[in-house]
Design a protein around this ligand. Structure first.
Ligand code: DP6
Length: 317
């Protein structure tokens, strides 16, 4: 019987962002980044070799639906699988189940490529360690390097041209009170992919030159705040980091504005709550949705202010 490899991985939310590549083929970043994984939300993937001689393409399905060959997601998966074909005639059947809306700024490419690498590891019985799995996932999507882990993860920028020092590691800390609230503003496909968006930013945004240093400093600040369980420093730094990233996007040409009016409205609401003494901060990725950061003690206040919010407790599942 044809062997099936399977793997699953969580989505992750960057507290200190990856935005910009020094190598677009290898997904090597201009700065390090740091994330929190959300267990319970992510991707489950199964992969098998297609044995038929007549089969000249991969068969990729997403949430039970077979995708056309010219579908952007299927093409990107096939391109990634080119690294792993034993012969040019080896094709794969890939079944992907996402528990997050694809391309809604909830980094489904991150959990997607992490799960795919775990499925390949299973299919080929490689028994790779986390570092190697992270390096491979990074080749599919940069942020996927961080999705092999639960809890906090740090992706090292690395210096080498071959990228072998650019991988993520788990940060060995639990923080049971830590909460992430998902505020869905709009789940439609984003107009500009992160891949395209960061390339345009690097090429046309003069402000971008200040980003790598700021981002690496924010990452160190957040790393220390995690170790100290200093939530105010973590929240403040994560929010400032996200807004700085969005400032570079807005200063890109053509401009990249992922925000919707409701996104800005939610920001003001969060700032008002903070004025009232509620310790809540937010972060945002390449989309209009907000991710709220707060500790368990603020849960009632958050639920009251945001009726539709989905609250996740990363260290309690
Ligand atoms: C804003 O990892 O999706 O979410 O490497 O081109 O696949 P590619 O980009 P991707 O970029 C994620 C950008 C971000 C910030 C982050 O997750 O760090």
């Amino acid at each position: 019987k044809n062997k099936i490899g399977s793997g699953s991985a969580p989505v992750n939310i960057a507290l200190s962002k990856y935005w910009g590549k020094r190598d677009a083929t290898l997904n090597l970043p201009t700065n390090g980044s740091l994330s929190i994984s959300l267990p319970g939300l992510g991707t489950k993937t199964q992969i098998e070799r297609l044995e038929s001689q007549n089969q000249q393409t991969d068969l990729v399905s997403l949430n039970g639906q077979r995708l056309d060959q010219d579908n952007a997601f299927a093409k990107r998966v096939s391109q990634f699988l080119n690294y792993f074909r034993e012969t040019p005639q080896t094709f794969f059947k890939v079944d992907t189940e996402n528990s997050v809306p694809t391309a809604a700024g909830l980094a489904s490419s991150a959990s997607g490529y992490a799960a795919l690498v775990l499925a390949l590891n299973d299919l080929f019985a490689w028994n790779l360690d986390n570092k190697s799995l992270s390096l491979l996932a990074r080749l599919g999507s940069g942020s996927a390097s961080r999705s092999l882990f639960n809890g906090f993860a740090l992706w090292h920028q690395g210096q080498q041209a071959d990228g072998l020092d650019s991988y993520a590691e788990a940060i060995d800390t639990t923080w049971p009170e830590f909460c992430v609230g998902l505020l869905e503003i709009d789940v439609k496909q984003k107009p500009v992919s992160s891949t395209q968006g960061m390339q345009n930013t690097v090429e046309t945004c003069a402000l971008y030159q200040a980003w790598p240093q700021q981002a690496n400093q924010d990452m160190q600040t957040i790393l220390q705040a995690i170790k100290d369980h200093d939530f105010a420093t973590l929240g403040k730094t994560a929010e400032h980091n996200a807004l700085t990233m969005h400032a570079t996007m807005i200063a890109t040409w053509p401009p990249i504005v992922y925000w919707q009016p409701e996104s800005v409205e939610a920001m003001h609401k969060i700032w008002r709550l903070r004025e009232q003494g509620v310790a809540v901060y937010f972060t945002m990725d390449a989309g209009p949705n907000l991710k709220l950061l707060f500790l368990e003690t603020e849960k009632p206040a958050i639920l009251q202010a945001f009726k539709q919010i989905k609250i996740l407790e990363p260290f309690k599942s």
